[in-house]
Design a protein around this ligand. Sequence first.
Ligand code: ZN
Length: 300
Amino acid sequence: MLPKNPNAFAHSPLDRAGHRRRDEAWLKAALADNQKCLVAVFHERKPLLFENGGKLFPRYLANHVPAELGKGEPLFLGVDAHGSTYFACEIEDPAVLGEYGAIHDLRGASAQLEPDALAILGCARAIFEWHARNGFCATCGARTNVVEAGWKRACPACKAEHFPRVDPVAIMLPVFGEKCLLARQRQFPPGMYSALAGYIEPGESIEEGAARETLEESGLVAREVRLHSNQPWPFPYSLMIGAIIDVASDAERIDEEELETARWFTREEARALVAGKHPDVFCPPPFAIAHQLIKSWAEA
Ligand SMILES: [Zn+2]
């Protein structure tokens, strides 16, 4: 069993069956099986969803997604416990699928989607986003081709191979005694406070990166970095690594380039935040790791 992870976008119900990505005969047969082939449809990295009873669901089409709609070979996502095969494709014109549902921004729709759907669609979105940003060879500049069922790009000129990347980001909750520090970035919606965040840099361990980012953003010195959980975050293709940081003082000095303001919250206030009952501010929704981090500390 894998360790328990409270985060949305993790826990995919699919076996990625990576050995099938190069098995062209198997992929062709899977795509031709109209009983077991399910295709998630995207337009500009946004999934086709339908609404039912106030919730949203992916609209999987059977294998008969017209080839002329696709921008390329379908992305192979994996196989579920019943033997159904999951693919995803990007289409040019969503208007032709009007009767099947509507194109939604995945982040905006996340709160209304089931965990399995988030894991499946999040994986596809991250891969499509990587393709959209990586059309040219980083070695020689030539246009690259999608190969291995969407999991690689190959350069026809210099033969370099390019694989989907994941960017590690530390999400930090600084804690001093019985209070935690939350901050606001300028682009946050009015009233929202969240944990600190920053990219891990080359040459750093996760703990070193989390401590450095905490110092840079808040002026607080880490005494101990406690890793909490992690989350595949498909905006664009990050791995969020949540940590609770015991800091040496409560004399914060924020980086005003990065942050608008910061504020200390007691455990009681943090409990109100995660319950959505704080009188004047709110925190990110449960599908974000920042929420799980705050919740975990608040309820400890
Ligand atoms: Zn090249």
